[in-house]
Design a protein around this ligand. Sequence first.
Ligand SMILES: O=C(O)CCC(=O)C(=O)O
Length: 213
Amino acid sequence: MQQIDLGLSQKTETLVLDADQSDSESSATVQYHPGFIDDNQASGLYHTLSSLVEWQEETLWIAGKERKVPRLIAWYGDKDAEYQYSGKSHQPMPWIRPLALLKEQLEKELTTSFNSVLCNLYRNGQDSMGWHADNEKELGDNPVIASVSLGATRKFQLKHKTNSQLRHKMLLTSGSLLVMQGTTQDYWLHQVPKELKVNEPRINLTFRNIIES
Ligand SMILES: O=C(O)CCC(=O)C(=O)O
């Protein structure tokens, strides 16, 4: 696969979401870069990843019942980047080239390091991800999470953990990059809700750095 031309575009939108203007500690720093990967390359990458990634269906026990997770997932990374979430341990599959290349390019652009990526495939608007924070202990304090979207545009919502009046929503388009950092995961939850009118699939890649515990 060729290098992808990436660039933090002029259109970057930085949101600093404050629960309380006098309390900068409860803020979220979320940057949105539409067109981070151009349309043609995003479409090529979408098709490459939809066939190359080993998509898996997961189940979770909720209130004594086994339920299918409403999306397909795959976890890739360095061999010690084991990740516990939703009550399960995830062993990484070894990097595949397109994900490794994207990781390197993101590291350069964002001057940070990632050792893993969670891939999510939303098959259509029935697939979703509920309210959560990426605050597992393996991610350390103030993690930087770089989220690349490919395929269908989906809604992304944020709400403050304790102040229900504070909410924000955005549309994540194909080729966009969303970066969550600072205290975002301490004070805010995010989700990708169901959108029954969406018929097209979407891939989301969240690059993370797992710190050995
Ligand atoms: O699909 C998305 O945009 C969000 C993914 C996400 O929240 C996560 O992987 O933790």
